[in-house]
Design a protein. Structure first.
Lengths: 328, 125
């Protein structure tokens, strides 16, 4: 029973804790799980989240930073004032919970469509694009010498990596070929500055409350690279959830995003942002292909995964809108 | 020749059953999965209805564009290869029109409610 194991861990680092209740798995594949639970405490219950790889699933997939690095990044972000959950504990082997960490549970909404449509977010929505610029500036400003070891990727390496992923699918797609050619022709080269890049900063990975961004989640694709990559990814059309005229997550304009970023003392290169938006759109398309492949060959034979495979065409139309727009 | 009802009619009957009779009985994650299941059946009926016509039109365009014959799969792979080699690009007459037409036909099956698709559908291409 996971509550008993969690309580054994909690007792060691949370003084006064008298129990653990309400443990429930929120999401999880074979290699990584997220659980919510409450710590019973005389001062009132403490909401917590466990992120872990269960025992026997230690090895992280190649692109992932690993849970230890993720914990370190979230803690660094929290300390620097970037909205992030506070990490309460990093699991140790003797706790028998696998590898991973326990963090404070931040209340709020992550479901993109609710954030974009529900009345309770109506007042904050127009402010989010600018706020996201400010949050990204803070994230990109985290001191390099304090970061855990992370893979480093520039634009040229990313193009090659995506091309290899795409070719391995054996899934000929003329629009993807066109995008690969475009990316190579427009490769901006190494960026002037290398920073921490979140790698999956988008609507859906943010906890939003009535006043704005409360936490940035899912740091597993964090790496070192061109900071403009995050600004491009947050604009990918799939993360606008239907609000296609508001490029920044369906919230607002690029100009607002850039203004928030620049007000925090950093500069924007709009051409690089566009490059990374095209790259991001192709990246999501190739990820859809990966879902199809895992549905077909892998252990996850779910309907959801199958249907994500059929979302590749949404990235084809969005690539065409970017690279071969039709007259308005 | 196979008897009727047609595959489209049969698939629709299953989708109707799930939507009308089963959906009210389930909740939470099961309800979410049921919606996905119904979406799949609806996608399948769209494909069964539209694929023959859209593939034929795609083959016709590809034959003109590439100057060769073949199945839709072969011709599509050939076009991908020529773009990869730089032999065909957006300056090639007919390429952009072909990719647009093909992609619109795919969205009509995969996600007819996708906002970019609806926007492009409203355009006089």
């Amino acid at each position: 029973m996971i509550e008993a194991e969690l309580f054994r861990s909690v007792q060691r680092w949370c003084s006064g804790a008298t129990g653990v209740t309400g443990a429930a798995k929120l999401s999880g594949g074979a290699s990584q799980e997220t659980w919510r639970f409450d710590i019973t405490h005389p001062d009132g219950p403490i909401g917590a989240i466990l992120r872990r790889s269960p025992k026997g699933y230690g090895a992280a997939p190649t692109r992932a930073a690993g849970l230890a690095a993720e914990a370190q990044l979230m803690q660094l972000a929290y300390e620097a004032g970037v909205p992030s959950p506070r990490v309460m504990h990093v699991l140790t082997p003797d706790e028998d919970l696998g590898t991973g960490f326990i963090m404070q549970r931040v209340e709020g909404e992550t479901i993109a469509r609710k954030i974009l449509r529900d009345e309770e977010f109506a007042a904050v929505r127009p402010k989010l694009a600018r706020q996201i610029g400010d949050v990204l500036a803070g994230l990109h400003g985290l001191p390099l010498d304090k970061l855990p070891e992370l893979r480093s990727r520039n634009a040229t390496q990313e193009i090659s990596e995506f091309e290899r992923d795409y070719r391995s699918l054996n899934w000929p797609k003329p629009v993807f070929e066109l995008a690969l050619r475009w990316l190579r022709d427009h490769d901006p080269g190494p960026s002037a500055e290398t920073t921490l890049v979140h790698g999956d900063f988008r609507n859906g990975n943010l906890i939003i409350g009535a006043e704005g961004v409360r936490a940035v989640l899912d740091w597993e694709l964090a790496h070192l690279g061109d900071p403009m990559e995050d600004l491009g990814w947050v604009c990918v059309n799939s993360w606008r959830f239907g609000e296609i005229d508001k490029p920044v997550g369906g919230f607002g304009s690029r100009e607002e995003l850039f203004a928030g970023y620049e007000a925090a003392g950093r500069s924007v290169d709009p051409l690089r942002v566009k490059f990374w938006e095209v790259m991001g759109t192709l990246r999501w398309g190739i990820m859809c292909g990966g879902m199809m492949q895992r549905f077909r060959e892998g252990p996850d034979h779910s309907m959801e995964r199958a249907m994500i495979g059929r979302r590749a065409s949404e990235t084809e139309i969005d690539l065409l809108r970017l690279l071969a727009p039709r007259g308005s | 020749m196979q008897d009727e009802p047609t595959p489209v009619e049969l698939t629709k009957s299953v989708a109707d059953f799930l939507r009308n009779d089963i959906a009210p009985l389930v909740s939470g994650h099961q309800a979410f999965k049921l919606r996905v299941a119904v979406n799949i059946l609806e996608l399948v009926t769209r494909q069964l209805t539209q694929e023959e016509g859209s593939d034929a039109a795609e083959v016709e365009r590809l034959r003109v564009l590439l100057g060769m014959d073949g199945s839709v799969t072969e011709l599509n792979a050939a076009l991908a290869e020529r773009i990869a080699k730089g032999e065909v690009d957006l300056a090639t007459p007919g390429l952009a029109e072909h990719l647009w037409a093909t992609t619109m036909d795919k969205l009509a099956v995969d996600q007819p409610n996708y906002a970019s698709y609806k926007r492009e559908l409203g355009r006089n291409s």
